[in-house]
Design a protein around this ligand. Structure first.
Ligand code: ADP
Ligand code: MG
Length: 387
């Protein structure tokens, strides 16, 4: 789960990490009021669940309450396009107003779960080349990023904080402040079951102080049941409507950018199916695992979700009939396709118990099913349907 910058900054503050004074507004009038209270230069920042806002025009400085009003008026309601939103952008409903800092340097600091490392799976990363071009730095000057893996049993040790601080070229006093920040960040990460915690930029101000000017926090969904205070930070406006629909239907669904819709039972089979679609030259429109049961109702819900994505031009259905027999799957597919008047061409690949009966039912249904035998063959047939 993701949260907004203003919510993440509140969490940082609770953990003793310095952030600028600020408050969130939903109207230009409110924004002006906050700027009056801050009394000084402010920055008006679009609150959406995506980064790259600065370059997209979603972060504007304002020297007076009147300018803050104007900046908020320009940003609120805009469809903000950044390199993380996709070309359609995201509608801005809230802005954060905060004290503008005089920045000497912008650093990067993050804690992230690195699954490729196995046991030592938490990694701290820092760079003295922080700010809006960090992706570029990572791609062209990876040496400018210092990393250290944190063993879960040993925890985060002071020598690791020093290693990062030295890599950032900090002076003695800043090193101490930095050590405090990473220690608190690590505590926050563990206590709230985060999956990503990023401060970018972590600014060194003209006065030499460290200050978190932007932050991003993602949480592990599996940890949410024990954090009601985090769950209530959810903003449904920011979530993909199809993913919300899937969550309510108990279907595991992740929307992707392609045009071959996928309906599969089992997460492993679903991932393999996506791989084979790509191998056949196509692009999957989604990951979808209907679950082991795959009842006719469940199949119908999955159909509705897949066909609500306007990019989908054909559907590949790959079901392994184990405990659930293939003839039951076919009955479910025919019922679902009939109920929602499926107009899209479909390729069905069934294997397992009663497979002959299942295929015969599909072929005789009068619906637009292409039946495939092998998995790769199914992927090729689906891609061929795109024309
Ligand atoms: P994003 O990462 O989405 O582009 P940021 O919050 O990092 O958004 O803002 C972009 C840039 O704007 C920062 O790198 C920093 O230079 C500047 N900035 C952000 N907040 C402040 C602030 N409170 N005071 C001064 N400059 C800021
Ligand atoms: Mg940033």
């Amino acid at each position: 789960m993701k949260i907004h910058e203003y919510q993440a900054k509140e969490l940082l503050e609770n953990y003793g990490i310095p952030v600028p004074r600020g408050a969130v507004a939903t109207t230009p009038d409110e924004a002006r009021g906050i700027a009056v209270r801050i009394a000084g230069r402010v920055v008006v920042k679009a609150q959406i669940h995506a980064g790259g806002r600065g370059k997209g025009g979603g972060v504007k400085p304002a020297a007076s309450p009147e300018e803050a009003f104007e900046a908020a008026r320009a940003i609120l309601g805009m469809q903000l396009v950044t390199h993380q939103t996709g070309p359609e952008g995201k509608k801005v409903r809230k802005v954060l107003l905060e004290e503008a800092s005089s920045i000497r340097k912008e650093l990067y600091l993050s804690l992230v779960v690195d699954r490729s490392r196995g046991r030592e799976c938490l990694v701290a990363m820092a760079s003295e080349a922080g700010g809006m071009d960090i992706e570029q730095v990572a791609a062209t000057h990876p040496g400018k990023i210092v990393r250290c893996a944190i063993h879960p049993a040993a925890g985060f040790s002071p020598f690791q904080a020093r290693k990062l601080a030295v890599g950032l070229g900090l002076d003695a006093e800043q090193r101490k402040a930095f050590g405090e920040i990473v220690r608190n960040l690590y505590r926050l990460f563990l206590e709230k079951d985060c999956s990503l915690l990023e401060i970018n930029p972590l600014a060194i101000t003209e006065g030499g102080k460290l200050l978190a000017l932007d932050t991003k926090i993602n949480f592990d969904d599996d940890g949410l049941p024990r954090h009601p205070e985090i769950r209530q930070l959810r903003d449904p406006d920011e979530e993909d409507p199809l993913e919300v629909m899937a969550k309510n239907a108990n279907v595991n669904y992740i929307k992707l950018d392609g045009n071959v819709g996928c309906m599969v039972n089992g997460a492993g089979l679903a991932m393999t199916t996506m791989d084979l679609i790509k191998m056949a030259g196509g692009e999957p429109a989604n990951f979808l695992d209907v679950g082991g049961g795959a009842s006719p109702e469940q199949i119908e819900k999955a159909f509705r979700i897949i066909t609500s994505d306007p990019n989908v031009r054909c559907i590949l259905i790959n079901i392994f009939g184990g405990i659930l027999r293939c003839d039951r799957v076919s009955a479910g597919l025919i019922q679902a396709a009939g109920n929602i008047e499926a107009k899209l061409p479909m390729v069905v690949r069934l294997q397992g118990t009663n497979v002959e009966e299942g295929r015969r039912m599909l072929q005789e249904s009068g619906l637009r099913f292409t039946v495939a035998d092998g998995l790769y063959e199914a992927a090729q047939k689906a891609v061929a349907l795109l024309g």
